[in-house]
Design a protein around this ligand. Sequence first.
Ligand code: SAM
Ligand code: DTB
Ligand code: SF4
Length: 365
Amino acid sequence: MYDIVCFFILIKNITMSKVKYMTTQTMDELRHDWDIAEIEALFELPLNDLLFQAHSIHRANFDPNAIQISTLLSIKTGKCSEDCGYCSQSAHHNTELEAESLLPLEEVIEAAQKAKDEGADRFCMGAAWSRPNKRDFPKVLEMIKAVKSLDLESCVTLGMLDSEQVQQLKEAGLDYYNHNLDTSPEFYGNVISTRTFQDRLDTLHNVQEAGINVCSGGIMGMGEERKDRCSLLSQLANMEQHPDSVPINMLVQVEGTPLYGQDEIEPLEFVRTVAVARIMMPHSVVRLSAGREEMSDEMQAMCFFAGANSVFYGERLLTTDGASTNSDQKLFDNLGLKTHLEKKKSCKNKHKHSHSEHAQSRASA
Ligand code: SAM
Ligand code: DTB
Ligand code: SF4
């Protein structure tokens, strides 16, 4: 209630020119009609106003001290036919990456069990494919079933899918499909030439139709401008259904890729992007994704305040190193963030406690 009161005081205090945009977004209203000018106006807010608005919306929709933990595994590495300018795995670039064909099921199970033991609640498997092939796809379905049987949520990212493949993924019990829009439709051609923005939207549409949760976001720091970040966010938020999960990646610069040596995004511009994503998609989980190992603790803390409530966790992302699990654990402790698994355990313990207290009080009565 206090948050709501503060939020409306804030809105009242904002200059008249901004009011047009600010009053249109309430705490959990889901809008699908964002225009670029109003998104730009959010980016232009004084940082404190933007963070306050984003955090108020975050708090109204989520536990602000809970964090969702996903762990990644590359199940098929390198030699990809697409030419994504950021990617170490494209066959078009010379990145000295060691290619690997599809991993055996046992290796995937082992990695998933390890991820669970380290505190992950979701296991995401990525394949360097433009689209899955007939030979390997059934093996991926088996991997999904195996991950589910460990009581982990499953996520895969396999490139473009047709509606039959989507249906098979659904039947295998897949929870999330990751398929990033990556950047604005206007900037897309500067980064990728072997597929179109519309190809990405078509796969997302198929996935949503089948009732699989969509995980879709983008990469910041590829040389795009703020207007591109606004345009990407408008594409995500104006989808018929917001993605359930929105990964905001900061480019991991890989030697040998066309985007190596690119000017980095300003840390506060990245924080603003997270905040605007939170405001525009109030019910979606916003993931602070690749690039965390380059971010200071303070920058990450600001992103969590701005509304990020998920991370990729583990020493390895797909082909590059992730933030170390030790330093992550310290960071979460320092910020008082609890993972979903920790929250679940403490809930169970409380439940057990109240049962045994109840039993004791009955025995002593
Ligand atoms: N091949 C599939 C595809 O492109 O959809 C799945 C794997 S691909 C590696 C998954 C996503 O990882 C990409 O869409 C991109 O957003 C992200 N990604 C890849 N390389 C990255 C990098 N160097 N920095 C940040 N994100 C990256
Ligand atoms: C996403 O948005 N980021 C992840 C996941 N989805 C598949 C991938 C990050 C890759 C970072 C570079 C690498 O390790 O190859
Ligand atoms: Fe291939 Fe995916 Fe990398 Fe693009 S991002 S080159 S599609 S693995």
